[in-house]
Design a binder for this molecule. Structure first.
Ligand code: DAK
Length: 193
């Protein structure tokens, strides 16, 4: 496996094998919470994919016990209005770049995919998960909305009623429910994902 981490990314691991690039979010102690640095690195990784004809499939995954627990609450709490705008812009730039990629993009989801973590998965073409994965948009409990595109991408994937239920209750669902509402395409035993 060729390690592409040439730019010394701090929050992502990039591994290329047989034309498949695996981008692993790598802040396991914070359940891969998306801070500004990681959002910028996701944008950089997408730019690398756009430039590199060797990469024909992209897989996004998370290190540790979760795919991703969402935007970094600790970082968001202290933001001024201008900083919040910059944070929002960083998220939208990164996620749109993933969404716009011309190669197939797969999310490999284990553990939690919550908030911004689920919104990132929604930018992928295909979502695969392990049987103990949990999905949710808990932002309502924090008094905010799924602001990295979830309000738009989620209903396109699961339909308006399912999207509203997830977004308005904030309650997570398991893999079986996620499969039923077509939020994921396939469920694997944990050890096989
Ligand atoms: N941000 C920062 N740190 C997080 C985090 C998060 N989202 N989720 C977990 N962590 C950290 C925990 O603080 C903890 O750190 P230490 O205390 O060890 O330092 C560590 O990860 C392990 O977490 P736990 O100890 O809590 O682990 P458990 O297994 O007990 O619980 C959990 C796992 C996922 C149930 C729990 O960690 C949890 O509830 N996390 C928060 C999930 C959440 O609320 N996610 C939504 C985040 S809000 C917008 C743009 C974007 C957004 C909104 C607006 N605009 C442009 C307007 C997006 C918002 C979000 O995503």
């Amino acid at each position: 496996m060729k390690n592409l981490n040439t730019n010394a990314l701090e929050n992502l691991k990039l591994d290329l094998e047989n034309h498949v690039l695996i981008v692993t979010m790598n802040r396991p102690k914070a359940l891969n919470a998306l801070n500004t640095a990681m959002l910028n690195e996701i944008e950089m990784a997408a730019a690398k994919v756009e430039r590199d004809p060797e990469v024909r499939v992209l897989i996004i995954s998370g290190e540790g016990k979760a795919f991703g627990a969402g935007a970094d609450i600790g970082e968001m709490v202290g933001l001024s209005r201008a900083e919040a705008k910059a944070f929002a812009d960083a998220g939208h730039r990164a996620f749109k770049r993933i969404d716009d990629l011309y190669i197939p993009v797969i999310a490999a989801i284990h553990g939690y995919a919550l908030g911004g973590g689920l919104e990132l998965a929604l930018c992928c073409d295909i979502r695969l998960c392990s049987e103990t994965a949990k999905f949710g948009q808990p932002e309502v409990g924090l008094g905010i909305t799924p602001g990295f595109g979830g309000t738009q991408r989620l209903p396109r994937v699961v339909g308006t009623s399912n999207a509203m239920t997830l977004t308005l209750t904030g309650k997570p669902v398991g893999a079986e429910d996620a499969l039923r509402m077509r939020l994921v395409n396939r469920v694997y035993p944990d050890a096989e994902l």
